[in-house]
Design a protein around this ligand. Structure first.
Ligand SMILES: Cc1cc2nc3c(=O)[nH]c(=O)nc-3n(C[C@H](O)[C@H](O)[C@H](O)COP(=O)(O)OP(=O)(O)OC[C@H]3O[C@@H](n4cnc5c(N)ncnc54)[C@H](O)[C@@H]3O)c2cc1C
Length: 511
């Protein structure tokens, strides 16, 4: 790993890799990733990437759908930027070799998902993310970007208010080192692992957001955690619940109680294709009403060949657990899936700390507002990563006043992951209230005290999830209303007083 690069990227999902491949034109890029290259949420994305290609579609419709889902908190300019710049970048992925599903006319086979008024989901069957990750990793090789695996970013290196790089741990040698960069780009993904039941892989521990928060960056809208309504009940693969993509409902899948009664029509006019928060809360209500641990998702009325061809991963994976989805319904539950908030950035992905950029799920560009529309996250990552790569091309060189100062306070921290997850699931889930939030806060505050100042080389993720839990709880406590993904039983209505972003940050004195 070089000691200084032009552009340092933390994370090798769609956001980090898109930036890296594009920024390589303008300087030397290094990507650091904490496990293997493809260990990312990107690799598991099934449904697809939303973009306007349909004959009956137009950017205005996609913009309107996104803003409607965002319940008054979307940054309209950012939404318009994403929608208008997205299609060209999706085409670019296709021309790089991404094998998107095509129809007989040679156009993208556009899928449909909840909250979208038109068919606009470009997909590669049900393994879209894996295909995008594959193509981007190939592209990084072509343009000479170095990706270092098993390197865990621990903290940002700040001098005179600027971000000059990071402290990181080499997980193989257990050495901590520093890397300097003219621009540091956090693309560390989501926070699902703060919860017990999540569709996110183990890497999703909110590291980038926690690092940025500790350094004094502005963090926004952390109360808006999206719970996907349909993760397979009681089965986990490698620490994550297996997702049944929304596209399954888009193609006709129906949610039913455990006794086989379809229920979505009574909750929303759009029925099974209502926005995710509505569907997830409906599932939870039905589970409570029928005293069941799950609801059912049924596609057995669709043609078996269509199911096998359109959803091969879902079909094969369920079959390996003894569920033949062409004949029987799938038991499903809501699970933590996506974070709408994150490191607050402008339309060029610049954070509130000079020289620090944030991209993808760890960022908050304002496009999702209080609720993300399905398949807009891959699109957001693609668009703002591309914009950031244009922004850094003129960034000037850093001149650190003091070089290679490695902090001595590295030590082992406690592993509190299990306890944090339990508290978050019980008190800060799909439905909250002040009492449950305050209960969670009291315990998380105590945990936070265990992680005193200093870098913990072991259990850095536990330290980070504790910070993330704290920010989610504090943000949720501030928003005394229900809006989008944030549902408080003691404040069940939307309140115009809260029609703005929730911003959290701490004043930090940097030495
Ligand atoms: C099961 C599933 C299905 C989904 N389906 C869709 C879909 O169909 N359409 C859609 O738009 N969105 C979907 N999403 C959401 C979407 O996949 C993610 O929001 C998006 O892939 C995030 O990309 P990213 O590059 O920001 O982060 P990720 O792809 O999660 O990548 C994060 C990277 O950061 C690295 N990292 C993290 N912390 C550190 C650290 N401390 N040091 C070094 N490296 C670190 C990780 O190892 C990883 O390489 C889905 C998500 C899941 C989990």
């Amino acid at each position: 790993m070089p000691k200084q690069v032009d552009f340092l990227v933390v994370g090798s999902g769609i956001a980090g890799l898109t930036f890296a491949t594009k920024a390589a034109k303008y300087g030397k890029v290094s990507v650091l990733t904490k496990k293997r290259k493809a260990d990312s949420s990107t690799n598991y994305a099934q449904g697809g990437i939303a973009a306007v290609f349909g004959k009956e579609d137009a950017p205005e419709y996609h913009i309107a759908d996104t803003i409607k889902a965002g319940e008054g908190l979307c940054h309209n300019d950012a939404v318009a930027t994403m929608v208008r710049e997205g299609p060209a970048l999706v085409k670019e992925l296709h021309s790089m070799g991404c094998r998107f599903s095509m129809n007989s006319n040679g156009n993208f086979d556009l899928g449909r998902e909840g909250g979208h008024s038109k068919r606009r989901i470009v997909h590669a069957k049900d393994f879209t993310g894996q295909e995008i990750e594959r193509v981007l990793l190939e592209e990084t090789k072509k343009v000479g970007v170095i990706i270092s695996e098993n390197e865990i970013a621990l903290d940002l290196l700040i001098q005179n208010g600027d971000c000059l790089g990071i402290y990181y741990l080499d997980a193989d040698t257990r050495q901590i080192d520093v890397i300097y960069a003219n621009a540091t780009v956090l693309a560390t993904g989501g926070v699902g692992q703060v919860y017990q039941h999540t569709t996110n892989p183990p890497i999703a521990t909110g590291d980038g957001i926690a690092m940025a928060y500790r350094a004094g960056a502005m963090i926004a809208n952390m109360e808006f955690v999206q719970f996907h309504p349909t993760a397979v009940y009681n089965i986990k693969i490698d620490g994550r619940s297996f997702l049944i993509s929304e596209a399954v409902r888009g193609e006709g899948g129906v949610l039913k109680t455990k006794d086989g009664i379809a229920f979505m029509e009574k909750y929303a006019p759009a029925g099974n294709l209502a926005p995710r928060d509505v569907v997830a809360r409906a599932c939870l209500s039905e589970m409570i009403a029928t005293n069941a641990k799950y609801v059912l998702l049924d596609v057995s009325h669709l043609q078996a060949d269509f199911i096998k061809n359109r959803f091969p991963t879902i079909y094969e994976t369920c079959l390996s657990w003894g569920i033949d989805i062409t004949r029987e319904p799938i038991p499903v539950v809501p699970a933590a899936h996506y974070l709408c908030g994150g490191i607050f950035v402008n339309e060029w992905a610049e954070s509130s700390i000079p020289r620090l950029f944030a991209l993808g799920e760890c960022s908050c560009t304002g496009v999702h507002g209080a609720n993300r529309l399905a398949s807009n996250s891959l699109l957001e990552a693609l668009v703002f990563a591309s914009r950031a790569s244009e922004r850094v091309k003129k960034i000037n060189d850093i001149h650190p006043t003091e070089k290679l100062h490695i902090r001595k306070s590295a030590k082992t921290g406690p592993n509190l992951m299990f306890q944090i997850k339990e508290i978050m699931d019980e008190n800060v889930g799909l439905i909250r209230n002040e009492k449950t939030l305050l209960t969670a806060k009291a315990t998380i505050d105590k945990f936070q005290a265990c992680f005193e100042d200093g870098i913990h080389i072991i259990n850095a993720e536990s330290r980070n999830t504790s910070v993330i839990a704290q920010i989610i709880i504090e943000s949720a406590l501030e928003r005394k209303e229900s809006r989008g993904l944030h549902y408080m039983t003691d404040f069940p209505k939307k309140n115009s007083k809260y029609c703005s972003d929730t911003i959290k940050h701490i004043d930090v004195k940097h030495d």
